[in-house]
Design a protein around this ligand. Structure first.
Ligand code: ADP
Length: 881
């Protein structure tokens, strides 16, 4: 802080200094003294003034002289311009004082500065006129009146006389200032030599020669102390010229106040302020302070380093020159408005750095007030945020890109931000999917789609927001309120977390595809498929289906039961391995052919069953094609034809046998006939009786009988099949029938011994020929299948419940247990029996059984291989004998 010395040019310019002077004078004087301004307003008055004129101090603190009657006259005088200029000297004025009556005073008044318009303070002193001192007072130098008072005054006061400024008078304080040196009567330069060159003496000279007072503020002064050390002090002072009656300067009134403490305290403050500034300068930010009018007051070092400006450039509003021209008007306006309104602001703009580059900064300021609440201006900072801003712009661009991608996407897409899932963007497809309108954008998902409450989506979204792991919804059911009704749909969708530059999750991208149609139609398909499967499972047939390439995807229950495996096992083992090795190759060829051509497949082959036996099946497969004719799958069926197959074989064997059986007697008949013919030709040579005609004819007859039997058996067979076997029932003796039949057989079969045992004798009611036919069949079989042991027993016995049984027992080859039932079936002949040895065509027992059944009887067999067989039929007895 520079020291203010307002010299000759404008003495007492500083009103404060004048008041200070007035105060110090006023307080030091006992007589009434008052300081007023040109308008007569009391600026300061001493106790003497108040007590003499009986005025209350408080009520007169803002006293105007003109307002008091007592001072009216004085007020008039003071307003006289001339008087103001010259002052009043020993003017006798009467004042009518309350309670005390009229009293006379000598009034002296002088402006504190002679120069017009430069000072407005007038010092007025009142000297009461007593009868005894009236004369002497008038003659006295008015300053002498203060002589005593000076010594007591708190200020340092002295009076210097003459051009050399000789000390005439000094009060105690002044003596203290000069370390009690003997100064009276000495010139200042002589009395205080160390003050030379400190500017004071020159000022005294000026005051003396110019007649104008001078004030000094906080003027440093170095003076000797008692022990001859220098002491630095600061003083406020007034050099007031003392004028003679003719207005000549003849002395100087010095009034000084020691302000060292105050100055030092302020200096400390300033030091601290400097420290603070240094601190501010070291802060890695730009700091600025402006004045109340907005002008720049202070910018820290960083500003200059950043912008490259020099101090003079940034003064006032010069700092705005560093702001980007495009933004300067806006910045200026915002700053001005904030300053005018004394309100905080924050603004982002580009600031030119010393390299000429514009960089983004944030300038924030706030109003600054002193302790008393007075507005001091703004204080603020400028922070370089270029990188962040550029990043932010990039993010914004990115966001913009995301936005346009989302908006243009065909797939329903939406972007939610924040934990509250605010719908930031939702494209038309998504809005349509939701069944909402664009008003949902900007709202939270919860508010926009309240129907989602209770469905799992809010939780899923929160989880994705927490974990950052994408959620893939696959055909998830969603209920949405569309056109006022809650509609269910299925969606494939993703919740994908979005991250900012720092990797923090700020939102979720939701893409969704409506797959309702697909799921529903598939469900329908599934339903119909399961119905088909149910149906297929119910079918006793074996049903399976394959894909277009022939891979098996389904086997029905029939298959599982047949093979004893599960569908998985079947697939694993390979279905083809269940086919009989003999047919496998052909199957593979034929199946491949169908797969390639799409033509129906049909083949007979054997499949292995769970008992490890092969059974014949008719396998068929048909391709299921789509609209374009492409094969979708194959439906395969397999029908067991084992029985048919065996029947067929039996028929084949039968035909073979029939032809064989027919050929044998015919060949033999033909042989005998030829023989007989040749004999006839030789008739002349030999007598007829000598020739063996009879024997040959018997043979022919035998063969014809065999043929007839064969043919009649076949006829019977077809009759039975057509259910046209008529029975000619009669009552006859069973025993006689047995005897006749055995006799007949014995006639032609001489090789075997047939014994008849009759345990019982009875009639039966039935077709005699047919029963006879049964008997023939059983006995001829017994003969045929007993090539070695030639005994045959025929027994008639009583059976339980009015029945009679006839059994034919042989000791031949016997029949295995497994064949004992089958032999009663058509064309069945026991495998392994030499067909040549045992001729026959497997219908004899079938016919016998059928005939007995039609008589409500039963035909049974008991047999052991190698030991022989017993065939027994049981019939009801006839009621009458
Ligand atoms: P076939 O003309 O072949 O004799 P059948 O119907 O009379 O036809 O008999 C059926 C099969 O039963 C015979 O082929 C034979 O294998 C067996 N069979 C019938 N009777 C006897 C028997 N007494 N001893 C052993 N096997 C017999």
């Amino acid at each position: 802080m520079k020291n203010n010395i307002d010299g000759a040019k404008s003495p007492l310019k500083d009103r404060t200094a004048g008041i200070n002077l007035a105060k110090s004078i006023v307080y030091t004087v006992k007589e009434p003294v008052v300081v007023v301004d040109k308008q007569g307003m009391v600026i300061q008055a001493n106790d003497g003034f108040y007590s003499t004129f009986k005025l209350q101090k408080e009520e007169n603190s803002a006293l105007a002289l003109g307002e008091r009657e007592i001072f009216l006259e004085l007020d008039e005088l003071l307003k006289n311009d001339e008087l103001q200029e010259k002052g009043i000297k020993d003017l006798e004025v009467s004042f009518n004082i309350l309670q005390a009556g009229e009293q006379k005073f000598l009034v002296n008044a002088a402006t504190l500065d002679k120069e017009k318009n430069s000072s407005d303070l007038i010092l007025i002193s009142f000297n009461k006129i007593n009868s005894e001192n009236q004369e002497t007072k008038a003659d006295k130098d008015d300053l002498e009146n203060f002589r005593d008072i000076f010594s007591q005054a708190p200020a340092m006061i002295c009076i210097l006389r003459g051009p050399k400024h000789v000390f005439e008078l000094a009060n105690d304080n002044y003596f203290q200032l000069v370390a009690n040196r003997d100064i009276l009567g000495k010139e200042v330069r002589e009395a205080l030599p160390e003050v030379e060159n400190q500017g004071f003496f020159e000022l005294l000279d000026t005051v003396y020669t110019s007649g104008k007072s001078v004030t000094g503020n906080e003027m440093p002064i170095k003076m000797y102390t008692k022990d001859n050390n220098f002491k630095n002090s600061y003083v406020d002072f007034v050099y007031q010229p003392i004028l003679t009656g003719s207005n000549e300067v003849n002395g100087i009134f010095v009034h000084a106040v020691d302000v060292t403490e105050k100055v030092e305290a302020r200096q400390k403050l300033e030091e601290r302020e400097n420290e603070l500034r240094q601190l501010i300068d070291t802060v890695p930010a730009i700091i600025w302070i402006t004045r109340p009018d907005g002008q720049n007051y202070y910018l820290n070092k960083n500003w200059y380093e950043y912008t490259g400006q020099i101090e003079s450039e940034s003064t006032d509003f010069g700092w705005l020159k560093a702001v980007h021209p495009e933004e300067e008007p806006r910045v200026r306006q915002i700053f001005k408005k904030a300053n005018d309104n004394k309100e905080a602001f924050s603004i982002s703009f580009r600031l030119r750095n010393k390299n000429g580059d514009y960089r983004w900064v944030i300038d924030s300021g706030r109003p600054n007030y002193d302790a008393g609440g007075e507005y001091l201006g703004m204080i603020g900072t400028v922070v370089d945020v270029h990188e962040e801003k550029v990043k932010e712009q990039l993010i914004r661009e990115k966001e913009h890109r995301i936005r346009s991608i989302i908006e243009e996407a065909n797939v329903a897409t939406a972007l939610y931000t924040g934990r509250e899932m605010k719908i930031e963007i939702a494209n038309d497809a998504m809005i349509e999917l939701w069944g909402k309108d664009h008003s949902v954008v900007g709202r939270t998902l919860r508010k926009a789609l309240p129907e989602l409450e209770g469905q799992p989506f809010h939780d899923l979204l929160q989880e994705v927001y927490e974990t950052g792991e994408t959620y893939w919804g696959k055909e998830d059911p969603v209920n949405l309120m569309i056109d006022g009704t809650l509609q269910s749909g299925y969606f494939n969708f993703t919740y994908k977390a979005l991250r900012n530059e720092k990797g923090e999750i700020y939102g979720i991208l939701n893409m969704a595809v409506d797959v309702t149609e697909m799921v529903k139609s598939r469900e329908l398909l599934k339903e119909s498929e399961s119905r088909f499967r149910q149906l297929a499972d119910l079918m006793p047939e074996k049903v399976a289906n394959t894909d277009a390439d022939g891979n098996f995807i389904y086997f029905n229950q029939g298959w599982l039961e047949y093979t004893g495996f599960t569908a998985e096992e079947l697939t694993r083992k390979g279905w083809v391995n269940f086919i009989h090795p003999n047919e496998k190759e052909e199957y593979l060829k034929s199946w491949q052919n169908s797969l390639e051509s799409g033509k129906d497949f049909e083949m007979e082959f054997r499949y292995l069953n769970k008992k490890n036996r092969y059974k014949w099946h008719l396998s068929r497969a048909e391709a299921v094609k789509d609209e374009s004719g492409k094969i979708k799958m194959w439906i395969c069926t397999a029908t067991e034809i084992q029985k048919i197959k065996l029947e067929e074989k039996r028929k084949e064997d039968f035909l073979k046998m029939v032809s064989h059986e027919l050929k044998t007697p015919i060949t033999s008949i033909k042989g005998y006939v030829q023989l007989l013919l040749s004999l006839l030709k030789k008739e002349k040579e030999q007598k007829l009786s000598e020739k063996p005609y009879e024997m040959y004819l018997v043979r022919v007859d035998h063969q014809i009988n065999r043929l007839t039997r064969l043919i009649s058996e076949m006829l019977d067979l077809s009759r039975i099949e057509k259910n046209k076997l008529d029975l000619q029932k009669e009552t006859f003796s069973l025993n006689s029938l047995v005897a006749e039949t055995v006799q007949d057989i014995n006639y032609t079969n001489t090789g075997h011994n047939i014994y008849i045992t009759e345990d019982y004798n009875c009639n039966i009611h039935g077709d005699k020929d047919r029963i006879g036919q049964v008997l023939i069949n059983l006995v001829t079989n017994a003969i045929k299948y007993s090539p070695f042991n030639r005994d045959i027993e025929v027994r008639i016995s009583k059976a339980k419940g009015n029945k009679v049984s006839v059994s034919v027992k042989d000791f031949g080859i016997g029949i295995g247990q497994e064949n004992q039932k089958k032999i009663f079936k058509r064309f069945y002949r026991v495998d392994g029996n030499n067909e040549e040895t045992y001729s026959g065509f497997g219908i004899g027992l079938y016919l016998a059984n059928e005939i007995i059944k039609r008589h409500n009887g039963v035909l049974r067999v008991k047999s052991e291989v190698g030991k022989g067989s017993v065939f027994t039929f049981t019939l009801f007895e006839a009621s009458e004998l």
